[in-house]
Write a protein that binds this ligand. Structure first.
Ligand code: MLT
Length: 277
């Protein structure tokens, strides 16, 4: 589906509210609030295909392409995590959704923090997957600059190839060609301008550590046991700092835990949504 915003269009999937799904779940989804899924970098809404399909019997599931990714248009100009957060609020406004469970993976988590700071009344619960609160170190900022140069010179496929070894576990990279190729294709097809804009937003994002103590909604933190980009230690720090937060570790998964182990990930989220509902 597509939504016209001021000077660009946002694409999104919207599942779980259809009459067929409602019939299956006896005319009422167990969770009244929709689940909004925010993808990471450099990805798009199809990161969440197993969730938009697999969780549609629990909640209405909305998965947008952030500006500059997937089928959404590439607006000109710089973006920040606040820009993405405000785009998502505009989507919820347009869909008439007052409150949602806001779920973000990695960069999606950085955006979820920005969304909470700016639009807390729209957040019923949070799911923070394979993400962290800390900003980029000087070395990480340098990495963003290098990737910007690489994307401009050689295209997004080169950035994808560089990032792929950190996205999935060595076992998956060696033995699950379907998952590996799907992740590679997903990253490679993102538009250079969208990727470059996001690299600036990633580099300049603020420290979300002070936000953690302000979170008062039910919060689930999920992390792949083998995630080296946003490791389980970071997840544990967030759990300790967010009141009442629950942490779940997904075995045999790296950074894209929902993509690599969708059944385990969905089961964890399903239990959380039932507890929220
Ligand atoms: C992501 O998956 O969104 C990125 O790896 C986040 C990052 O590079 O900090």
């Amino acid at each position: 589906m597509r939504l016209k915003l001021r000077d660009w269009e946002m694409s999104y999937d919207d599942t779980g509210g259809s009459p067929a799904t409602l019939r299956k779940s006896q005319n009422r989804l167990p969770l009244r609030m929709p689940l909004l899924l925010i993808h990471g970098f450099p990805l798009d809404r199809t990161l969440w295909s197993a969730q938009t399909r697999g969780l549609a019997d629990v909640a209405r599931v909305i998965a947008p392409d952030l500006r500059g990714f997937g089928d959404s248009s590439v607006p000109t100009g710089a973006v920040t995590m606040d820009t993405y957060a405000d785009d998502l609020r505009a989507l919820l406004d347009a869909l008439g959704v007052p409150r949602a469970v806001i779920a973000g993976l990695s960069m999606g988590g950085y955006i979820a923090f920005a969304f909470y700071r700016r639009h807390a009344s729209r957040v019923g619960a949070l799911i923070l997957a394979d993400t962290r609160a800390a900003p980029d170190s000087a070395e990480a900022k340098k990495g963003r600059e290098d990737n910007t140069v690489l994307a401009r010179a050689q295209g997004t496929a080169a950035v994808a190839e560089k990032m792929l070894p950190k996205m999935l576990t060595p076992q998956t990279l060696a033995a699950r060609a379907d998952v590996t190729n799907a992740a590679r294709t997903l990253m490679s097809r993102q538009p250079v301008e969208g990727v470059v804009a996001a690299l600036g937003a990633l580099r300049d994002r603020p420290d979300s550590t002070p936000t953690l103590a302000q979170i008062v909604v039910p919060t689930l933190i999920v992390v792949g046991a083998e995630d080296s980009l946003t490791p389980p230690q970071d997840a544990e720090q967030m759990r300790a700092a967010i009141r009442g937060a629950h942490l779940a570790v997904v075995p045999d998964a790296a950074h894209l835990a929902n993509f690599e182990q969708p059944d385990t990930f969905n089961q964890i989220v399903r239990e959380f949504l039932h507890s929220v509902g």
